[in-house]
Design a protein. Structure first.
Length: 295
């Protein structure tokens, strides 16, 4: 009985914190709940004694512009998920910014987690986390730069960059284009996948120079609309073949057809695409493509 009560208390705390956030940040560009269904389930759970525990966590995004004047260009997004036991346990928060390198992002997120672990267990702490990001995040953009500048140009040139491009197209039907995508990827030793249909999704990964060559060829073909939706770059210091293989999430480049049954044979089943990406450890990309959490 008592765990049941604790659960409802935690749920009530989550709802009041969400209400507070939406009154403090009324604009979508500052605060957006990405999963309205989870919030509705949570409210129902609090109001109705017989309601089941919600099936998914409340998730939302807070965008933060730091105070520092020199960082006026920077904007940080905090993707937050509240575990059911929150605030007894910490929220899951990932801070991102286009200006952060991967290692800077990892560094920032682990420091934020340490801060919350030391200062906020048991209390609602999303606002404290937001304040911390506002005060400290901009400093991470310049971190680690000084150390790499001192290494001479000779060693710099040996650094290899591994790149993964997530390309979005309005549609991919044309057989010749589909053949080109597969052939060029093979020729450039890129792995990934191509999902034809509408929309069309292509992911290629491998050496940065090869990915860029692939993109420059693909974009020259005629498309209604095609763009790089997201790009990942990992610097492999003097990395050889084995290092590159270790970074790959896909073994070869293959065409993946996730047919939506009953559709005109061209609309793909996005649920299957989501599960495929999830298997490959790329579920967060789904949201970048389609702006919603997958299920």
């Amino acid at each position: 009985e008592t765990t049941e009560m604790a659960n409802r208390e935690e749920a009530e705390t989550q709802i009041s914190e969400l209400d507070l956030l939406s009154s403090m940040f009324p604009y979508e560009e500052e605060f957006t709940v990405t999963d309205q269904l989870a919030v509705a389930e949570l409210k129902h759970y609090v109001e109705d004694e017989s309601a089941e525990m919600p099936s998914s966590k409340v998730q939302f995004i807070l965008n933060v512009k730091p105070e520092a004047s020199n960082a006026s260009m920077a904007e940080f997004s905090m993707a937050c998920a509240l575990p059911f036991k929150y605030p007894t346990v910490l929220p899951e928060i990932t801070v991102r910014s286009s200006l952060l390198s991967r290692s800077q992002q990892i560094h920032l997120n682990s420091d934020l987690k340490s801060y919350l672990t030391e200062n906020c267990s048991g209390e609602p702490c999303v606002l404290s986390a937001r304040e911390w990001v506002k005060d400290h995040a901009a400093a991470y953009i310049d971190k680690e730069l000084s150390s790499s500048v001192t290494t001479s140009d000779a060693t710099q040139s040996e650094d290899i960059t591994f790149t993964r491009l997530w390309i979005y197209s309005h549609h991919i039907y044309n057989k010749q284009k589909r053949k080109n995508i597969i052939d060029w990827a093979k020729e450039l030793t890129l792995s990934g996948f191509c999902m034809p249909g509408k929309p069309g999704v292509v992911c290629v990964e491998g050496l940065q120079s090869s990915c860029e060559e692939f993109w420059s060829r693909v974009r020259k073909l005629t498309w209604k609309r095609i763009l790089i939706r997201h790009r990942e770059d990992v610097s492999l210091e003097g990395g050889g073949h084995a290092e590159i293989q270790k970074q790959r999430k896909f073994s070869t480049l293959e065409e993946k057809c996730f047919d939506a049954h009953g559709a005109r044979g061209n609309h793909m089943d996005l649920g299957q695409l989501y599960r495929f990406l999830e298997e490959k450890g790329c579920a967060d990309i789904f949201q970048m493509y389609f702006g919603v959490e997958g299920h």
